[in-house]
Design a protein around this ligand. Structure first.
Ligand code: GAR
Length: 202
């Protein structure tokens, strides 16, 4: 079976990338293969994880959008996964990959999302607000930051003793590392139909 060539974009520790690599090995993902890992920084642990898994890496610091687009086209990439990629993806890339760019966000969108909501800041804001429930969302990337069609969500409890770091870890373990591989398999196996704002899963 032909697998969908997938690029994973990273900017940090790469635990979500690791979840994807592990899911390819364990058979949770069978319809996609990670053919390259792309970063806008060169000193991040995510790149080490990629190299250890034998996956090609590419660091692009200048003229990101045009450079990445030609790299992806040259490699025949069909699906892009933003896995802790902390830059905003531009219009050109979004238009070149319609409904083929997915992002994991560490909250239940539309809460605690949009500009300035990334990484640990999201969990700081959840705790400061006093929310009892948070979680993670996988969505298609559109030109509105965190505003694209929602593919999967999973909720996680916020506990009274939580610090942002403790909550971040729980959201990753109980939600992100589960729904991101699931979403990649759903999209790459062609089981997702987008109808207006709704993702219908077949
Ligand atoms: C993850 O929690 C991811 O959801 C978040 O950054 C972290 C990256 O961790 N992404 C965003 O906040 C995007 N707005 P990782 O590098 O260990 O996967």
């Amino acid at each position: 079976m032909k697998k969908m060539k997938t690029a994973v974009f990273v900017s940090g520790g790469g635990t979500n990338l690791q979840a994807l690599i592990d899911a390819c090995k364990s058979g949770i993902i069978v319809s996609a293969e990670i053919t390259c890992v792309i970063s806008n920084k060169d000193d991040i642990y995510a790149l080490t994880r990629a190299k250890e898994a034998g996956i090609e890496t590419c660091v692009i610091k200048d003229n990101f959008e045009d450079s990445v687009l030609s790299f992806l086209q040259e490699k025949g990439v069909e699906l892009i996964v933003l896995a802790g990629f902390l830059s905003i993806v531009g219009k050109k890339l979004i238009q070149a990959f319609p409904n083929k760019i997915i992002n994991i966000h560490p909250s239940l969108i539309p809460a605690f999302c949009g500009k300035g909501h990334y990484g640990l800041h999201v969990h700081e804001k959840v705790i400061a607000y006093g929310a009892k429930l948070t979680g993670a969302t996988v969505h298609f990337v559109s030109e509105e930051v965190d505003g694209g069609v929602i593919l999967l969500q999973k909720s996680v409890a916020v506990l009274p003793t939580d610090t942002p770091k403790v909550l971040q870890k729980r959201v990753m373990q109980e939600a992100e590392w589960i729904i991101l591989p699931e979403a990649v398999e759903l999209v790459s196996s062609g089981r997702v139909e987008v109808n207006g704002r709704t993702a219908i899963i077949h």
